[in-house]
Write a protein that binds this ligand. Sequence first.
Ligand SMILES: Nc1ncnc2c1ncn2[C@@H]1O[C@H](COP(=O)(O)OP(=O)(O)OP(=O)(O)O)[C@@H](O)[C@H]1O
Length: 216
Amino acid sequence: MSCSITLKNVSYSNGSNLLFENINLSVGHEEKVAIIGSNGVGKSSLLRIIAGLEESYSGELYLFHNLIKNKKDYRNFRFEVGYLPQDISSFFLSATVIEDVMFSLRTTGTKKEEAYQKALEMLEELEISHLKDRIIYELSGGEQKIVALAGILITKPKILLLDEPTNALDESSEKRIINILNSIKKSMIIISHHKSFIEQLTPTIYKLENKKLEKN
Ligand SMILES: Nc1ncnc2c1ncn2[C@@H]1O[C@H](COP(=O)(O)OP(=O)(O)OP(=O)(O)O)[C@@H](O)[C@H]1O
């Protein structure tokens, strides 16, 4: 199988607290994998490792079969991985929705006019065109989640890492996210407490429990 993400014997401690030990996981090309587990077991920490934000783990992380030893190695893949953190309060770098979604694309070297057009298309695709000129921090939590997703999807990463993508969303917004995630062909790891949400995305569900990651 062609793997986008591989973890080999990954262990991680938060201070003196061992969160997980010898975790192995393979996420294939365009495969969707969900991770569930109780509060505080380390799901977000595991996703942060895969997102290149934690270095103090042991074991091996591979992206597209390349061993990632440090942040410098990770830099080669920074446009291939889109990470949506659980807490998006410091996610946005621009004031308005359109500016922020454009900004994401500008970081990849896209010219302003093209970035503007593509950002408009992305807002339309996610059905949030009406929010275009709104100040992001005046939006609801759910609206902010969809704007954050727009900023990630516009750069067309090959891997999506989504930490609780629907935790602030109402039923209709959650449905919209399900449709969007089902329509895009990317390798994904999705963390969620909502089993009904996860089951509409993928049959491949892992549970983090007792420091181990097991197929659910
Ligand atoms: N910045 C931090 N400093 C200290 N401890 C932290 C920090 N972030 C997380 N922790 C601790 O690490 C443990 C794992 O947290 P993590 O967020 O990875 O769990 P989780 O499974 O994602 O939980 P939840 O389902 O509640 O989001 C928890 O005990 C948490 O209190």
